[in-house]
Design a protein around this ligand. Structure first.
Ligand SMILES: NC(=O)c1ccc[n+]([C@@H]2O[C@H](COP(=O)([O-])OP(=O)(O)OC[C@H]3O[C@@H](n4cnc5c(N)ncnc54)[C@H](OP(=O)(O)O)[C@@H]3O)[C@@H](O)[C@H]2O)c1
Length: 361
């Protein structure tokens, strides 16, 4: 089989990835739960209807597509069973952005390698944009002593309900590592304050934004790409105001109570949001890296609207896998394809000599 399946083909990301694939001359197969909505999204392309993740896994094993793109979050629940269904015949990629999911997928490296297949996790905006700038700055250099990455998405919101995949990912809870802070210190993953280490950044377009610590898949990808013992991952989406940070300990404690989290997830999934234009023209990935000899370097990656870019990156990864450019094993995107992946998706690097601008490091 040479088919490329998009699991969650009716979703925001699924539709963006389908558009990215079609732009590269690849006709996707959309897989999901609702035959009517799938047909509407597929625009004539083939669809596969399966009522649950378990049924999707069974269909993958039965029909053996060439590549599976998984957009069904939360990925800490879906990634590992779907990868196991893909092996040994099918390459796999996903949009995981929470630490436990990215970590679990990378933990399958040896199994995936033995099957001769390629697995790519974190193939969305956040991990790809920040990991790419770290790879760019670390090329040909020894491991630095400290890394800070910042992701600054510019997201156009489409009208509709939030949906259960996104709601469950956002409110993942401590078991998903989403609402407890984390950073690397002295080479160890340790607890840190969620929303801590706020930094006011001036973007290359002149606008300013505040980012604060948010331990997503970016943290692990930046540590692996740099080898640095001290790493912080921050986001402009993190609650950075003093008031928000004051209520975070109570909010995260409440979300640790399973029935409360389930209730909050159901309520958030049903929330209707109004269409909203993107807040700025571009989304940005950013890193400031300091080496033991005192050198500090800073790099920005400028990309398009974050959801559109989350459509382009998986599509480009699929194109490269179908062209035989993958390697056996489990990877994050820039670890597999280097700095050129972001450029193939329209990204532009701007390396600054940060000797005088390294305040965030
Ligand atoms: N890494 C990144 O930078 C990045 C960027 C964007 C999104 N994401 C993540 O990607 C995921 C999807 O986001 P989205 O905005 O595309 O969400 P979405 O619009 O709600 O789409 C989710 C899709 O998954 C399907 N789905 C949900 N639960 C399912 C289940 N239990 N079994 C089978 N299918 C199920 C939905 O199908 P139905 O139509 O049947 O409901 C829908 O097609 C989220 O976890 C989000 O956090 C990551």
């Amino acid at each position: 089989m040479t088919e490329v399946w998009i699991l969650g083909g009716t979703g925001r990301s699924g539709r963006a990835i389908a558009a990215g694939l079609r732009a590269r001359g690849i006709r996707p197969v959309l897989a999901g739960r609702d035959a009517g909505r799938l047909a509407a999204a597929a625009g004539g392309d083939r669809t596969v209807v399966a009522a649950s993740v378990a049924e999707l896994a069974a269909e993958i094993q039965r029909q053996r597509p060439a590549v599976v793109v998984n957009t069904v979050g939360p990925f800490s629940g879906t990634a590992v069973p779907l990868i196991r269904a893909c092996l040994p015949a099918t390459d796999y990629l996903d949009l995981a952005n929470d630490l436990p999911a990215v970590s679990a997928v990378l933990g399958l490296d040896e199994t995936v390698r033995r099957c001769g297949r390629t697995v790519v996790t974190g193939a969305g905006f956040g991990v790809t944009a920040t990991e790419s700038v770290v790879v760019k700055l670390c090329e040909g250099r020894p491991a630095p002593e400290r890394v800070r990455v910042d992701m600054i998405p510019s997201l156009e919101v489409e009208a509709g309900v939030v949906g259960e995949a996104l709601a469950a990912t956002v409110l993942g809870g401590p078991a998903d590592g989403r609402v407890t802070g984390r950073q690397y210190r002295d080479g160890r993953l340790v607890r840190a304050r969620l929303g801590g280490d706020p930094a006011r950044l001036t973007l290359p377009d002149g606008s300013t934004v505040t980012t604060a610590s948010m331990p997503l898949g970016e943290l692990l990808a930046a540590q692996r790409a740099s080898g640095a013992p001290d790493v912080i991952a921050a986001s402009s989406e993190a609650p950075s105001s003093p008031a928000a940070r004051a209520i975070l300990p109570l909010a995260t404690a409440l979300l640790a109570i399973r029935p409360l989290r389930a209730f909050a997830t159901r309520r958030l999934a049903a929330v209707t949001v109004k269409a909203r234009p993107r807040p700025r023209e571009h989304s940005w990935g950013h890193a400031v890296i300091r080496w033991a000899d005192g050198t500090t370097r800073e790099c920005w990656l400028r990309v398009s609207e974050a959801q559109a870019w989350t459509g382009a990156v998986p599509a480009e990864v699929v194109r490269r896998l179908l062209a035989g450019e993958g390697r056996p094993g489990a990877y994050t995107p820039a670890a597999l394809f280097g700095t050129s992946l972001a450029e193939s998706c329209g990204g532009e690097y701007r390396v600054a000599d940060a000797a005088s601008r390294g305040r965030a490091a």
